[in-house]
Design a binder for this molecule. Structure first.
Ligand SMILES: [Zn+2]
Length: 69
């Protein structure tokens, strides 16, 4: 399993996704925690380290994590 750099930590893609899921659970703009059809989305690609969270209000964040192993 791939590991990614997260600050000073090296996390497996599973752990990283759990962390990101908690951190970005709520939209930073409207506070919505919903994902799903018409509400928003959360996606993490454990191969490329690409994370994206979107919200129906238009807020979105996109992050790419560096693979270390
Ligand atoms: Zn929102």
């Amino acid at each position: 399993m791939s590991k990614f750099k997260y600050g000073k930590l090296k996390l497996t893609s599973t752990f990283l996704f759990i962390k990101l899921g908690k951190k970005y659970n709520n939209c930073e703009s409207c506070g919505s925690e919903k994902t799903g059809e018409d509400e928003g989305s959360m996606h993490f690609d454990g191969v490329t380290g690409h994370f994206k969270r979107t919200c129906k209000c238009g807020w979105e964040i996109e992050l790419v994590f560096e693979k270390v192993e």
